[in-house]
Each structure stands twice: as structure tokens, then as C-alpha cells.
Design a protein around this ligand. Structure first.
Ligand SMILES: Cc1cc2nc3c(=O)[nH]c(=O)nc-3n(C[C@H](O)[C@H](O)[C@H](O)COP(=O)(O)OP(=O)(O)OC[C@H]3O[C@@H](n4cnc5c(N)ncnc54)[C@H](O)[C@@H]3O)c2cc1C
Length: 437
């Protein structure tokens, strides 16, 4: 199966389509000469007034494409350090994550071209007293300014030392992991064994997560990936905003997950243990990573989303992304959600999907797979899916050649069944994307 390997033909289509999308692959079009003429990596040495260019730009071939490194510079006033990074290519605020680890290691990740990430890793001259960082965007999120408070009022001649992997572009899965202290602030049972869990990180970690990417939750020495969710309806947003506000520390971020608890598991049962402040004391969150690129959805007439239980998590951000962009070219979304519950009303976020179904582009096909009194459970089979799809009208303006894509996430057996179903429905491998686990 092709997960995210897009051929040249697809990339050319993407370039053509760029004006219709919120983001483009314009990095492939950048004239590198305009960057390369200025540069030589100068570490972080600065002239006395702190106005010099701290770094750096080089050119690198990457999977056949040329990708430009950003302009990086360092500035300061009496009490603050300002670390600035600017890309020439289009960026979005959700493609940046910035953390200050152990008060001294500045770690920056910028998604320049999924799955590729620019990685910045600098050891500051000395540990800061205040670990709070703030981030500010300019130039339509191409530029980020990271502000840190100095430990004393002296001017720093050097910001510190770049670490070995600093200023490199690499697949997100190869970027070193970074973790930050976190606290569980809210737990809510959704269905048997599945919880909505809200985790707060402190002001040393500023991030948001690209559509259908994930993060690592670490407890002690063990860490595993989880997909942050996005709330979709205004009602949900309002409810959880209150929660955010009442339990907030300044500049902290609350990230929400839907997590299935595996009894006897290494991580998940610990998320439910009540200890002290209602959270494992050694809980950490970090390491935004993933591969999904929304450009993959180019000219999709119908998107089939299969989700088994907590497998709905990555698709919450995708559905919200499509909902928030009326001009985005996915004409129809069909959500096929399977949960081990007896009644449809008990499905994960059932009212949300019912509300969305009022919109003409969204169709909801629920499977409650446990028997309720006297009733046969709905079995998730190829025949049942074909039957369901037959009831759904083709999106308007589409002819015989309906362009369909399918995504699936859930336990392994579930995603395997979805894959077989999509193959039998004649989906090309390159139009199928599976998240297992
Ligand atoms: C990219 C990615 C994103 C993910 N996002 C989420 C998410 O948003 N929410 C979520 O709940 N999980 C998600 N997972 C799964 C998660 O990373 C862990 O694998 C899972 O929570 C295992 O928890 P554990 O350590 O407590 O159990 P483990 O110690 O790994 O396992 C305990 C027992 O549970 C069984 N088990 C473990 N995982 C599964 C499974 N998926 N299906 C069936 N049986 C299983 C094991 O076989 C074992 O018997 C994601 C996985 C990936 C790869």
C-alpha cells in the first residue's frame, strides 16, 4: 500500500492546483540562488549590537526536490533574547513547534513539506532562570520570533552552540524526540474503555499539531504515539473552552486526546490512575510528528473515512479542516464509524456526527457492534459497506468517474478489513491511507 509516497505527476498536479488550496508546495519552486548568495553558516556569533545575521542557509537536494533552509537570526535587548527563523515558502502556524528543554536547549520543528521537517537545535549559552518562551508570527507565519528572558542583564555575544542535527531538513520520524512536563487536567468517559483526556503543557512548549499528525505521550521510560483531536461543532468548542480557561496557567497549552485504555498496557492504564494531583507525576508530552499532507486530498469527489473506536482521533482534525474550508476540493465526506456499543446514541461523538449530517456534503454511517436487547448488531462487512454507499448520492457535478479516496484508522484487524473493502471497491493503492493501531 502506498502511504504517502506521491509521484512526480501528483506533485505537478499540486503545483497547478495551489491557488485553490490553503497551502502549496511552493518550496519546490523557490529560486535557491537568491538564498545561497548571502550565506555561509556562521554559528551564532553576533556583532556587539546584536543586529547581525546569525545564520545560515544552504541548499540541499531532498528526494529530488530542492528545499531551502530558513534564514535564522538572533537579537536581544536588555532582558530578552529573540531567536528568529524565516522561511521563504508558505507556512502555517500549526506547522511550528518550539520548546525550551531543561531551560537551555531550544528545539524548533517546522513542517516544511510533509513528512519533512526543518529541525533547529541550539544549546543556549547558559540555562535560563525563567523557562517561559513566547512565540510570535510575522509574514503569514513564514517567520517566527521566539522570545526568552535572559538570566541576567548582560549582552550575550553568542546565543550558544548549534547541536549536531541543527539546521537540517529530515523526515519527521527521524527528528530527535523532545518531551516536556505535562499534567492531565480532565478525563471523560466516552464509551467503555475509551476516554477523552485533556493534557496541559507549560509555557516552555508552544506548539500546535498539523492535520492528522500525532504526538508522543511518555510516562517514565515508555512513550507511544497519540493523535490530538480537534473539536468540530461550536457547542463542543464552547464547552471545552470553559475547561481550558478554568484550568489554565498563563501561556500553557491544553491538548485533547481520545484514548482507548488497554488493561495491563504499558501506558494507557496509568492515564486513569489517580495519584496526587490526578496525573502521573512523570507524565510528559512532546515530539510532534507525522506524515499526512492535506494536499493528498487534491480533487477528491468522495472521501471515505473509516474509524474504529479511538481510530476516529486523527480524522477529527481532518474533518474540521475540510469543514472550515468551504472552497477545499473535497466534495463529499462519508464517515463510517464503528464502536463497541449497543445503541447508536452511545457512539463516540454521535451528536456531533448527526449535526454534521445536516450539511449536504457530510454522511454518517454508524456501526454499533454490540447486540442490544433482541436486536442483531450491525456487522461491518464489504456487503454492508456497498449497501451503505449505494444509498449515498454522488456529489453534484461529478460524472461517472467519481474520484474517491479512502482513509482508515483503528485496531489492526479493522484497518485490514477496510483495506480489503477499499480494494474490492476498486480504489487504487495510492488513494488509500491506513493508520494502524
Ligand atoms: C500514529 C499512531 C497514532 C495513535 N493514536 C492513538 C490515539 O489517538 N488513541 C489511542 O487510543 N491510541 C492511539 N494509538 C495507539 C497507541 O500508540 C498505543 O499503541 C496504545 O495506546 C497501546 O497502549 P498501552 O501501552 O497501554 O498498551 P500495550 O502495552 O501496547 O498493550 C497492552 C495490550 O493491549 C493490546 N493492544 C495494544 N494496542 C492495541 C490496539 N490498537 N488494538 C488492539 N489491541 C491492542 C496489546 O496487544 C496488549 O495485549 C496510536 C498509534 C499510532 C501508531
Amino acid at each position: 500500500m502506498t502511504h504517502f509516497q506521491f509521484g512526480k505527476k501528483f506533485q505537478q498536479k499540486q503545483k497547478r492546483s495551489s491557488s485553490r488550496f490553503q497551502r502549496t508546495l511552493s518550496i519546490t519552486n523557490i529560486s535557491l540562488s537568491s538564498f545561497c548568495s548571502t550565506n555561509e553558516h556562521k554559528g551564532f556569533e553576533l556583532p556587539g549590537k546584536g543586529s547581525g545575521k546569525g545564520s545560515a542557509c544552504c541548499c540541499k537536494g531532498l528526494g529530488g526536490d530542492d528545499v531551502a533552509l530558513p534564514q535564522v537570526s538572533f537579537d536581544q535587548d536588555e532582558s530578552n533574547l529573540f531567536y528568529k527563523i524565516e522561511f521563504a515558502s508558505e507556512m502555517h502556524h500549526s506547522w511550528w513547534s518550539v520548546g525550551l528543554n531543561e531551560k537551555q536547549f531550544l528545539i524548533i520543528k517546522a513542517v516544511v513539506h510533509p513528512p519533512y521537517v526543518w529541525f533547529g537545535h541550539v544549546r543556549l549559552k547558559e540555562p535560563l532562570v525563567d523557562e517561559c518562551i513566547t512565540t510570535e508570527f510575522e509574514n503569514e507565519c513564514r517567520k517566527i520570533i521566539i522570545t526568552m528572558t535572559k538570566s541576567d542583564d548582560t549582552r550575550w555575544r553568542l546565543i550558544g552552540a548549534p547541536q549536531p542535527e541543527d539546521n537540517r531538513i529530515m523526515p519527521s520520524t527521524e527528528v530527535p524526540l523532545d518531551f516536556y512536563p505535562a499534567t492531565i487536567i480532565h478525563k471523560e468517559k466516552l464509551i467503555s474503555g475509551h476516554y477523552l483526556i485533556a493534557i496541559r503543557t507549560g509555557c516552555e512548549y508552544q506548539f500546535s499539531v498539523p492535520v492528522a499528525w500525532h504526538m508522543m505521550i511518555r510516562i517514565g521510560d515508555v512513550y507511544k504515539p497519540y493523535s490530538p483531536i480537534k473539536f468540530i461543532t461550536a457547542q463542543q468548542e464552547a464547552y471545552y473552552k470553559i475547561l481550558d480557561n478554568t484550568k489554565k496557567r498563563s501561556s500553557s497549552t491544553v491538548t485533547y486526546f481520545i484514548i482507548r485504555i488497554h488493561p495491563g498496557g504499558e501506558i494507557t492504564p496509568k492515564l486513569l490512575v489517580k495519584s496526587g494531583a490526578d496525573s502521573p507525576t512523570d507524565l510528559e508530552l512532546g515530539s510532534v510528528l507525522g506524515r499526512f499532507d492535506t494536499d493528498w486530498l487534491y480533487q477528491t469527489d468522495r472521501l471515505l473515512i473509516f474509524a474504529g473506536g479511538s481510530g476516529i482521533a486523527p480524522w477529527t482534525s481532518l474533518i474540521k479542516f475540510i469543514k472550515d474550508r468551504p472552497t477545499f476540493q473535497v466534495k463529499q465526506v462519508v464517515l463510517i464509524l464503528s464502536c463497541r456499543v449497543r445503541n447508536l446514541e452511545d457512539m463516540i461523538w454521535h451528536p456531533v456526527w448527526v449535526t454534521l449530517s445536516l450539511l449536504d456534503w457530510f454522511f454518517y454511517v454508524p456501526y454499533a457492534t454490540l447486540t442490544s436487547d433482541g436486536e442483531e448488531p450491525r456487522r461491518f462487512t464489504l456487503e454492508s459497506i456497498i449497501e451503505d454507499l449505494a444509498q449515498i448520492p454522488n456529489p453534484s457535478g461529478t460524472g461517472k468517474n467519481l474520484k474517491q479516496r479512502g482513509v482508515a484508522s483503528g485496531p489492526e484487524g479493522f484497518t485490514d478489513s477496510c483495506h480489503s473493502a477499499l480494494k474490492k471497491l476498486n480504489f487504487d493503492e495510492e488513494d488509500i491511507l491506513l493508520f494502524r493501531g
